[in-house]
Write a protein that binds this ligand. Structure first.
Ligand SMILES: [Zn+2]
Length: 474
């Protein structure tokens, strides 16, 4: 296949370059100045992409697709369809929100057997380290899973019975074990003692009144994030550079992590919303940690632009109405189904709004995660010999995010109704179109194989097309 006349976002360039891209066997074969090279083979399928931009496919390294075990919330078919709609070509799924959790090779085998029949885009897994493990058993668990996972996930505070939080000994053991096998150790960093203290104070002040969204917000303060990151770095000691702090909402926590060589991510919702939005969105905005103040939001954008925050993820976690709208902010399910919205949001509010340079935009949506999780040789940028994973965007059109255009099982999201600059016309994984807008589907004359389509576009790949990726993939 040949993509002609496309304005491509190439690594190391400060601006787009108009090129022709040829694709062979799922890989990028050549990239030449538009019209310059002898790409004249009349038998090749050619797409004239005049007026469109090409970006590396987004990598969303933090999703909860919940399969097997919690598929009333999400599954790989709907989750990966929604990701593809939003320009994502690779997801990395968390170990804690499927059953059994991924804490053994046997559990991974079971999950893989199911997921590889269902995924529409490429995927990798994390292993899990939790509070049910003896510290001395953790190195063995890490060794066993390391060849097939790209990192390990742990929690300092957990709302999941099937995946309890780790204590200090377990965490220190995990940090050393992960360093030994060269895998990042991911941490949900909120300090349980700080949160317990805040909850106690708030309950006393509230008396017999019902909890409000303000109570939920105030129960998980900035200090909980900062204290947890400080503690994690201390416990990890010399292995700090193997730590990765997930979904940071507090600027200081990112600074503390970066200063010790750890990496961190934030999520689109921490950049888009703040505490004042709880009155408007309620449960649709509930995540843990919660979004913080308008001031924190501005600081996170700044740090993302500077590189103290390494990349952005969605923390995709949907749930049905009955788990979201419980009439009690403290019991409502926390999570936003965001894999389809994080790339369009960052494209509009990061790149087009000039909060991020082109180089930083590429790093935070694909390159950073590809490097951190051992996928860089095969994914994460548009260069010859890497997989032909890319997104075609029409910069002149706009996108209105609506539940009707989403493919995820749940569409309860604070991003609904948001109007964004730019419109995704197509998402390609290893050279095949996995999602096409109505306009691109007509141009490519493809038929829908994924049996999912809506007013915005069509899923073009079959369930099972997605490939299982491991560390060092090329
Ligand atoms: Zn998560």
């Amino acid at each position: 296949m040949i993509i002609r006349n496309v304005a491509a976002a190439l690594p190391g360039e400060r601006d787009f370059r108009r090129v022709d891209i040829s694709i062979k066997n799922g890989k990028i074969e050549t990239i030449h100045e538009a019209g310059s090279a002898g790409l004249t083979d009349a038998h090749e399928e050619t797409l004239d992409a005049q007026g469109l931009m090409a970006f590396p496919g987004a990598i969303d390294p933090h999703v909860h697709f919940d399969e097997p075990g919690f598929t009333h919330r999400e599954d790989f078919l709907h989750g990966s369809a929604e990701a593809a709609r939003g320009g994502v070509t690779t997801v990395i799924d968390m170990p804690c929100t499927s059953m059994p959790p991924i804490t053994s090779a046997k559990a991974l085998d079971e999950k893989l057997a199911i997921v590889q029949e269902r995924a529409l885009i490429d995927f990798a897994f994390y292993g899990g380290i939790n509070g049910s493990m003896k510290p001395e058993d953790i190195p063995g668990i890490v060794q066993e899973l390391a060849p097939r996972v790209v990192g390990f996930k742990s929690y300092f505070i957990s709302g999941m019975n099937s995946f309890p939080a780790v204590d200090e000994l377990q965490f220190a053991s995990a940090a050393k074990a992960c360093a030994t096998v060269g895998r990042p150790l991911l941490l949900h960093a909120e300090d349980p003692d700080v949160i317990a203290e805040s909850e106690k104070d708030l309950a006393a002040m509230r008396g017999s009144h019902r909890p409000t969204w303000r109570d939920y917000y105030a129960s998980r303060p900035k200090d909980a994030e900062i204290a947890a990151v400080i503690k994690a770095l201390k416990l990890a000691g010399q292995y700090a550079k193997y730590l990765h702090i997930v979904h940071i909402g507090t600027s200081k926590a990112a600074i503390v992590a970066a200063n010790k060589g750890a990496t961190c991510e934030t999520c689109a919702h921490y950049l888009a919303f703040d505490e004042d939005d709880f009155t408007r969105f309620g449960a649709a905005l509930k995540t843990a940690p919660p979004v913080k103040s308008p001031e924190q939001k501005a600081l996170l954008w700044h740090q993302l632009a500077q590189g103290q925050i390494n990349f952005v993820t969605s923390d995709h976690a949907g749930a049905p109405d009955y788990e979201k709208f419980t009439d009690n902010p403290l019991t409502a399910y926390g999570g936003i189904p965001g894999s389809g919205t994080f790339f369009p949001y960052l494209l509009s509010e990061g790149l087009f709004a000039k909060r991020l340079t082109l180089e930083r935009f590429l790093e935070v949506t694909s390159g950073g995660a590809a490097r951190r999780y051992g996928l860089w040789q095969g994914k994460g940028s548009l260069i010859p010999n890497k997989d032909a994973d890319f997104v075609l965007v029409d910069p002149k059109r706009t996108t209105c995010l609506t539940p009707e255009t989403m493919f995820s099982k749940s569409s309860i999201t604070p991003f609904a109704g948001m109007r964004l600059a730019g419109h995704i016309e197509g998402t390609f994984v290893r050279g095949s179109c996995v999602y096409a807008s109505v306009r691109l589907a007509a141009a490519l004359r493809t038929t829908c194989k994924g049996a999912m389509s809506n007013a915005a576009g069509t899923i073009c790949s079959s369930p099972g097309y997605g490939k299982f990726l491991t560390w060092g993939y090329r």
